[in-house]
Design a protein around this ligand. Sequence first.
Ligand code: M6R
Length: 612
Amino acid sequence: MCGIVGYIGTKAATSVLLKGLKRLEYRGYDSSGIALLNSHLFVCKKKGKIASLENELIDLKTDLSGYTVGIAHTRWATHGEPSDLNAHPHVSSSGKIAVVHNGIIENFPLLREKLISKGYSIKTQTDSEIIAHLIDYYVCKYEDFLTGVFVALEKLEGTYGIAVLSEDYPDRIIAARNGSPLILGVGEGEILIASDASAIVEYTRRVVYIDEREVVDIQRDSYQTYDLLQKRVDKCVEDIDWDIETIGKKGYDHFMLKEIYEQAESIQNTCRGRLLHETGTSRLDGLNLKNEDFTRIERIILIACGTSWHSALIGEYLIEEYARIPVDVEYASEFRYKNPILTPSDLVIVISQSGETADTLAALREAKQKGVHVLGVTNIVGSTIARESDGGVYSHAGPEIGVASTKAFTSQVMVMIMITIMFARKYDMSLETGQLLVEKIEKLPNLIQSMLDTAHDIKKIALIYSNASNFLYLGRGVQFPVALEGALKLKEISYIHAEGYPAAEMKHGPIALIDENLPVIFIALKDSIYGKIISNMQEVRARGGKIIAIATEGDDLIRDYADHVIYVPQVDRMLSPLLTVVPLQLLSYYIAVERGCNVDQPRNLAKSVTVE
Ligand code: M6R
């Protein structure tokens, strides 16, 4: 999705802003632009990659080294096609105000008509352009930059994260947030504003999280935060606990591959300090649940989107089986509009890697509005979901740059496992079982590493099937969501159509797809339904389908039914998704690379979906 970066300080703003934009590339975008300010505004915008913007800046042969103030943007089109014109920053008709905007202004048609009647000429198809004219209008009217911005914001309906420059106030950037995140970086003699910490962290790890409906007036060596009623708000400076090294590729060809390989370690980070041997349980203090809450809770509702929704489905299987609490799993986008039936004995848990997904955030707010205790599972410290939940767990997977989620998913699943054990131990899981599980979890990183060590074999399979047009992923029980996740990964980065299904459900429809051109991936571990899944494999075999089986180490029989077998170590069912998903991630990765796809930034996708 769109990204914002702004800089005011002593360095040449152009290079800081371009570097910042590159750090935001992973969020997904289709055009970019920059506005620089000294006594005059300089604006340059370009469709396509940031490299096109850089080339344009070089071609212009303008000396930009004297500009020490500026704002920049990566756009992910919502209103109007990706083009140079529609790219941000947008400049008011007077040429004095430049704005970058994340979010959607819902009442822009009405505002556009009003602005046209006041003599403003609208040049783009975007909703964002009107913000520049509106601010221009009120800055002129009130003869004050900050007041003009405040009054303009009153007129906007929708969501925004904005950063604004005014030619008449050359040493300032004003930024505001309503539904689209902003973070302020406080450096030595310089201040940055961005939609994402990764654009800032190279310069400073000292940050201020701008909250909903706040405005920040940034000057060269100071800043002041306000609420929308123009009341001053004093904010704490916090430290980010990761650095620029963490978001490098570290020698891997792609971020996605690096992140897949980080999983043995990221899982450990998720569990660190949270597993209790003696009592055979987990300790998740951030949930803020008291003993009486555990007796009160009769149903858990897990809410998420995309990959996070798959980890919620795994959570459902685990919590119901081990803790015996009924669980419902909801797509956030559906939950928010269905006037959900909630009672005081419900517990809602929203799951989001970014902690900024608009639908998930709206679902959280809807649940809170209905008086239910809402917990958040997020990867990003200080994210909106983390801040608005009544309690929660950070998944501590570390920054995930690849758009296709991998390590964040396994860390979410690990959190689901720890939540399951915690609830199960409060009810009827024995101390012995709890202790055994804790021991097994501690051995998991080695097992994940052993899966990663099979990458070479998985690559060979990927090369055989990289030209397929369709894939089917089948699994049963807790492996069904893993099948869904495997299919989503393949779709996202290779653009091959893939479907995930419960294996037994195949005969009720998808079986019609099976022929010799259809690779079918079965997750067929040796468990209580192994025999059933072997029958499903035979049904595929009989129709000529090609079978790739993810099977339990030592299962030689399965070779009779599958064209290829990828073995995973024997592990407790509760922990098995963390192993079975790894070969599926690798398979998608190698297929996408073989097809020449942009693995880290797949077309049309955004890392954090902050619009509806
Ligand atoms: O940040 P979130 O976990 O809330 O994001 C939810 C989905 O947008 C996300 O999982 C998406 O499906 C990814 N591209 C999956 O790889």
